[in-house]
Design a protein around this ligand. Structure first.
Ligand SMILES: [Cu+2]
Length: 133
């Protein structure tokens, strides 16, 4: 008698099963819905800006004279074990700060066209030129 009272009626079980099906279906349709969105919201307008790169190797900048577009993002890859910087001689033009050995930094090229000489502030004999045009 007690067991019969506790057991659920058959229509109740069917309702629960149907509810589970509904949850699965809703879950499937909602996960497929908002999928095709922009993959990188952190870079909205960087596609039009060219990516340039200076490699530091054996205490030398490569290339020693790099021409970039105004406002270009320039990556500085330090392949030495020693730390280096890319520091413009013109105040505030650009400066990576210290880039540790094996690390990469980026800076933004000046918006104004011109020739910008730069040095490694740690090793002043290391010099290079960034041409903006
Ligand atoms: Cu250096």
């Amino acid at each position: 008698m007690l067991v019969r009272l506790r057991s659920r009626p058959p229509h109740m079980v069917l309702t629960i099963a149907g509810l589970c099906m509904l949850i699965v279906l809703v879950g499937c349709s909602s996960s497929g819905g908002p999928a095709p969105t922009s993959p990188s919201p952190s870079a909205p307008s960087s596609a039009s800006v060219s990516e340039e790169r200076i490699v530091i190797k054996h205490f030398r900048f490569e290339p020693v004279d790099l021409a970039v577009a105004p406002g270009a993002r320039v990556s500085v890859v330090n392949e030495d074990s020693a730390p280096h910087t890319v520091t413009a001689k013109a105040a505030d033009a650009f400066d990576t700060g210290t880039v540790k050995g094996g690390e990469t930094a980026t800076f933004t090229a000046p918006p104004a066209a011109g020739t910008y000489r730069y040095v490694c502030s740690i090793h002043p004999s290391m010099t290079g030129t960034l041409t903006v045009r």
